[in-house]
Design a protein. Structure first.
Length: 319
């Protein structure tokens, strides 16, 4: 474990206690707590070990969409958050149960905020996918009823971020993993990742395997961009939306959830505690509180995450 030798002693003791508790759990592979410019670090595995970060993949896909908007001139197309997605997909989808009028209302922002209009919260979760028909996922998504008006209601699933991945590929001619490497990873001079495709497309919502060191490079770029309002890699305006803009979520998502989500947007939840966070099914976590100058990154593989999240939120409350 790495504990800085400088800084507020009381804060140092609180963070050291948190780190020691996580160190006792074999499920925790790597931890970084950066508080007021000082990093506290623990690694159980080599830094270049690839981890499946599950739904943290959505955060990466969101960043890629932001970079796409920033670099739209490279692809000879005007793209912004109000861009409609159906004109891109119409020629690929043979049939749909939805009216074109409603599909034409779906915009990039709706996908990013999980307000596409679907009512199926398990749509494209791994245990609902028939991998013998993996090339039919796009057809399946567009043949799922769009129940709500796009932008009206938050329903978390993997479908919206799969559509973001498909949209990016059809616009750029590059699969999401290729775009991610060229426009983010290479510019940060880091690598060590693998994003297995679902047939023709990357899943976007999940499936990214990345090393903790590479992920931390992205986190530092993200936090630095928000703090300084400039970056050679990530667009500040988009990063600001990830941190600040959120669509309210229902009590269904808040009940019995230690992370206390109250809103969602652009790949991250907003907690009642004031931070934003992204988490994966096994306890993979990125938490950022700009007011406290606190960033927590954890790669883990829990079967049950409740205690880990409670311990983390308790740390947040005392700093």
């Amino acid at each position: 474990m790495i504990i800085p030798n400088i800084g507020n002693t009381a804060h140092k003791q609180v963070i050291a206690k948190y780190m020691s508790q996580l160190e006792q759990w074999d499920e925790v592979k790597s931890v970084s707590v950066n508080y007021k410019g000082q990093e506290y670090r623990y690694d159980r595995v080599p830094l270049d070990t690839l981890h499946n970060i599950r739904s943290l993949s959505k955060f990466i896909t969101s960043l890629c969409v932001g970079v796409l908007i920033q670099n739209q001139k490279c692809f000879n197309m005007h793209i912004d958050l109000s861009t409609r997605i159906w004109p891109i997909f119409r020629r690929f989808v043979k049939s749909t149960v939805n009216e074109e009028e409603k599909l034409n209302k779906i915009r990039l922002e709706h996908l990013l905020c999980q307000t596409t209009g679907f009512d199926d919260g398990h749509l494209l979760f791994r245990n609902t996918i028939d991998f013998t028909r993996i090339d039919e996922l796009l057809e399946r998504v567009f043949n799922t009823p769009v129940v709500y008006e796009p932008g009206e209601k938050f329903v978390y699933s993997n479908a919206s971020y799969f559509l973001l991945s498909c949209f990016l590929q059809e616009v750029t001619g590059m699969r999401l993993d290729e775009f991610f490497k060229k426009y983010i990873m290479d510019k940060l001079s880091t690598e060590a990742f693998l994003w297995q495709p679902y047939g023709k497309y990357c899943p976007g919502a999940t499936g990214l395997n990345i090393s903790f060191s590479a992920f931390q490079s992205i986190v530092r770029a993200f936090v630095g961009t928000y703090a300084t309002r400039e970056s050679p890699v990530l667009p500040y305006d988009f990063v600001r939306k990830i941190v600040e803009y959120k669509h309210p979520v229902s009590e269904y998502y808040t009940a019995q959830n230690a992370l206390q989500p109250m809103a969602y947007g652009f790949g991250a939840f907003k907690s009642k505690a004031g931070c934003i966070y992204v988490n994966g099914a096994g306890g993979q976590l990125l938490l950022y509180d700009g007011q406290k100058d606190l960033t927590i990154s954890v790669f883990s593989d829990f079967k049950r995450t409740e205690k880990f999240y409670w311990v983390t939120m308790r740390l947040l409350s005392v700093l």
